[in-house]
Design a protein. Structure first.
Length: 111
């Protein structure tokens, strides 16, 4: 499931994707995913261009994530805001502010 930089455009951010990929994968699918995409862990002193966040199978199934191709907007925003580069951080913070405005608007209408 795409997140962070890989899902930024899908959730309304104008951040452009470079050569990076970011996403979530169920723990039981990790080995198959790595093999299917010929991925291996980056060394401790190197930054990889793929970031995978492994989700325990129980959490994955309880949240019914298997049908999603893009992470929820809040997850994408938090993932971007936690990146090292300032452009991704700014995009993540912008998305978080947008989510807050949407929630405030909803509460005013339905509060």
């Amino acid at each position: 499931m795409r997140s962070g930089i890989s899902a930024a455009e899908s959730v309304g951010s104008d951040l452009l994707v470079g050569r990076e990929a970011d996403g979530y994968v169920a723990a039981s699918e990790l080995r198959n995913f790595l093999g299917r995409h010929a991925l291996s862990p980056a060394s401790a002193d190197a930054d990889g261009n793929v970031r995978l966040r492994v989700v325990p199978d129980g959490v994955w199934s309880n949240l019914d994530l298997s049908s999603r191709s893009v992470a929820p907007k809040a997850a994408v925003a938090l993932d971007l805001a936690s990146e090292r580069d300032s452009r991704s951080q700014a995009a993540g913070k912008d998305l978080l502010r947008q989510i807050d405005r949407e929630n405030q608007k909803y509460l005013r209408r339905h509060g």
